[in-house]
Design a protein around this ligand. Structure first.
Ligand SMILES: [Zn+2]
Length: 140
């Protein structure tokens, strides 16, 4: 009885270990794939400028590299205001006079294609990446 149990147990253990190795391999593979995906996401998807449009017309373009605060005035008497802030490479709406406040609640954006929209004021802030990657280095 005892001998039989001892003989059976290692076989089960062995099978379990093989299965676990497969799982480890698959998990490792998934980790590598997602790590590559994350690298791509973080290093290639980063934008470097934001373009502000009001009612479809360009209002201004601002570099994400420079900290600025921009007042975007809209409305018939310029009575409405959205305050765009760029800080530490992130762009966000600091305050807005719109009734819904959705734009001011939006998380900061910095990746190519991300945008913050203020529907009531027709203000759209979109992140772009400069096309030419081999911009000449200007040595001062
Ligand atoms: Zn808004």
């Amino acid at each position: 009885m005892m001998n039989q149990e001892i003989k059976t147990t290692p076989t089960v253990k062995n099978g379990g270990r093989l299965f676990r190795n497969d799982v480890i391999f698959i998990v490792a593979l998934l980790l590598v794939v997602s790590a590559l995906g994350l690298c791509f996401y973080f290093f290639r998807g980063e934008g470097d400028k934001v373009v502000v449009t009001v009612d479809g017309k360009e209002f201004g373009t601002y570099s994400l590299a420079e900290d600025v605060k921009v007042e975007i005035r809209t409305g018939a008497q310029n009575e409405e205001v959205n305050v765009l802030v760029i800080r530490d490479g992130l762009a966000y709406m600091e305050t807005a006079t719109c009734p819904d406040g959705i734009c001011a609640d939006h998380k900061p954006i910095s990746r190519e294609g991300e945008s913050i929209v203020c529907l009531p004021h027709k203000v759209v802030i979109t992140v772009y990446a400069t096309e030419e990657e081999d911009a000449p280095d200007i040595v001062v």
